[in-house]
Ligand binder design. Structure first.
Ligand code: PMP
Length: 308
């Protein structure tokens, strides 16, 4: 049978320039399938209510970076929302490596691990859902172009208030990223690269998809998990790398003013790694260039991830 493109099919299926590669393979539930068959049901509560969790993980030199830490956080997110993961940590690891193999990833790459609450009845009750759906996508990622690491990010402080840590905690890497999406949108509308988010006490929390660090008087400062942040895997690595360099590190309450008067500032995350921040609300940070401690940690991070 030949399919004829009618006006209505053309209208409902526009060419998406961001569509995944047609030959991509995705782990869906129990096996790897072609991306064209990787579908989530419209009754899945992940879609209907953002009811589910995820992880973003790096692959360096064919190995999953900080795998145990990511799997642990995935299980902690699941526990917090009472989502029973359908696989053990070992099985998830095996599924990730199988998905990498299916896509021929032997060098660097990125894994998106997702578990949705699964298909259920309409209505938000989790007792009306049965089968959580575990998904593994293994692909490439490039968050920022190389020049951004040279010039640094230009940020705004967002008017979108970070979710209260006693609401659905930002420590849960949930499928509810709308708050972060809105803050990122505000940054783009303002002509900036990123947004720093303030919590409802007026304290700095983090960026929309990265943790934030400041340097002042040679000391590294970052908000504590109580401020409504994700406890980033990269954040922990950076704190460890700083200690190895005998740079004092502390979790501290920070406000907008601390951002403006910082000597250096940078963001950390799995996709971004360490990226300098050189402007916040039109205030130049330090001398407007990535600072010496930031640069040193960026170099140390590259060495660390290549050794791991
Ligand atoms: N904060 C948020 C909101 C995130 O989504 C992420 C992950 N992209 C991070 C911080 C950084 O965490 P990690 O270093 O574990 O990637």
């Amino acid at each position: 049978m030949t399919t004829v493109a009618t006006e209505s099919t053309v209208r409902t299926t526009p060419m998406n320039p961001f569509a995944p590669r047609a030959d991509l393979k995705v782990w869906m539930g129990t096996e790897v399938v072609p991306v064209s068959e990787a579908r989530v049901g419209v009754f899945d509560h992940g879609l209907l209510y953002g009811d589910g969790i995820f992880e973003g993980i790096r692959i360096y030199n064919g190995r999953i970076f900080k795998e145990a830490e990511h799997i642990r956080r995935f299980f902690e997110s699941a526990k917090a929302i009472r989502l029973e993961l359908p696989m053990t940590g070992e099985e998830i690891s095996a599924a990730m490596y199988e998905t990498m193999r299916a896509n021929g990833i032997t060098g660097d790459g990125y894994i998106r691990l997702v578990c949705t609450r699964g298909v259920g009845l309409l209505g938000i009750s989790i007792s009306h859902t049965a089968c959580p759906m575990l998904i593994v996508i293994a692909d490439k990622i490039a968050l920022y172009p190389p020049e951004v690491y040279e010039r640094g990010l230009r940020c705004i402080v967002s008017s979108v208030v970070r979710n209260n840590a006693n609401s659905t905690s930002p420590r849960v890497k949930s499928l509810n990223y709308l708050n972060n999406v809105m803050a990122k949108l505000e940054a783009k509308d303002a002509g900036a690269d990123e947004a720093v988010m303030i919590n409802d006490e007026g304290h700095v929390s983090e960026c929309t998809g990265d943790n934030i660090f400041l340097v002042r008087y040679g000391e590294l400062l970052t908000p504590s998990p109580a401020e409504g942040i994700l406890e980033g895997v990269t954040r922990s690595v950076v704190m460890e790398l700083a200690r190895r360099r005998h740079i004092p590190v502390s979790e501290k309450v920070l406000i907008r003013h601390d951002l403006y008067i910082a000597d250096e500032c940078f963001a950390t995350g799995t996709a971004a790694e360490i990226v300098p921040i050189t402007e916040i609300n039109k205030r130049m940070i330090g001398d407007g260039k990535p600072g010496p401690i930031t640069r040193m940690l960026m170099q140390d991070f590259v060495a660390y991830r290549n050794e791991e």
